[in-house]
Ligand binder design. Structure first.
Ligand code: GLP
Length: 242
């Protein structure tokens, strides 16, 4: 079921999302959080860091698992999602280093990295709250259109459109990795709660399709309609198509 919470603007969306995480941690300090990258959650992490400085929460007992990571980019590379997470959140809060997990895209054996990630999520007891964004083609994590809904953590070849959308972070399109490791749709569906953030007019059509469209593998996010606990926080721009 999708519950929609409306924000005036990106700042409010980010604050609302941060409050959800703070509330979760206040009820369950040892919560397992699923985290996302991309430009949408940047404001959420900023709001969390500000709240952390005000001592409103602690991540000392929490565990995190990121949705995805590029293949072939070292964690110290500024385009890796590991680097992004360190920059925006991990280096600024009290999450123990060993409690932060991202898939390992810098290994010769990517299949083993996927299996290990699955084991780590399972031994942490599964994900309590998963934050996600949505791609322009409806992808969640890096689960591109026509990814089977049953898929678990796996290696994906990125859509040309996804590489183009993410090229803004790289020197040029050729520098954007062709592959990534992503949690599968099944992992997202198994998380107890999902928080989907949708910001900006460029996401209006995607949000419209999510709300009014059918559940189909052609539009991966559509499966969220079958999840029992999804909250969408969207700003005015994203809501403009509804
Ligand atoms: C990337 C990420 C997704 C993210 C999506 C949208 O491809 N792998 O997890 O949701 O892009 O990103 P943005 O928030 O920058 O629009």
């Amino acid at each position: 079921m999708l519950t929609m919470e409306k924000a005036q603007d990106y700042k409010e969306l980010s604050q609302m999302a941060a409050e959800k995480i703070i509330t979760k941690l206040s009820h369950k300090p040892e919560a397992v959080l699923g985290l996302a990258t991309g430009s949408t959650p940047v404001g959420l992490y900023e709001a969390l860091v500000a709240a952390y400085k005000e001592k409103r929460f602690s991540l000392a007992k929490a565990t995190t698992f990121n949705l995805d990571e590029y293949v072939g980019i070292h964690p110290s590379d500024e385009n890796s999602y590991a680097y992004y997470m360190n920059q925006h959140l991990f280096s600024q809060v009290d999450l123990p280093e060993t409690a932060a997990h991202l898939p390992n895209g810098e290994t010769a054996n990517l299949e083993a990295a996927c299996t290990k990630y699955e084991q780590q999520i399972a031994s942490a007891g599964g994900i309590d709250l998963q934050v996600i964004g949505i791609g322009l083609n409806g992808h969640i994590g890096f689960n591109e259109p026509y990814t089977p809904f049953e898929q678990r953590t796996h290696v994906v070849e990125l859509d040309k459109t996804t590489r183009e959308a993410n090229a803004r972070f790289f020197p040029n399109l050729e520098a954007v990795p062709t592959h990534a490791i992503t949690m599968g749709i099944q992992n997202i569906m198994e998380s107890k709660e999902v928080l989907l953030l949708v910001a900006g007019e460029q996401k209006a059509a995607v949000l419209e399709r999510l709300v009014y469209g059918d559940v189909t593998e052609a539009f991966p996010a559509s499966i969220l309609k079958e999840h029992p606990n999804v909250t969408i926080i969207a700003d005015q721009g994203a809501l403009s198509g509804l």
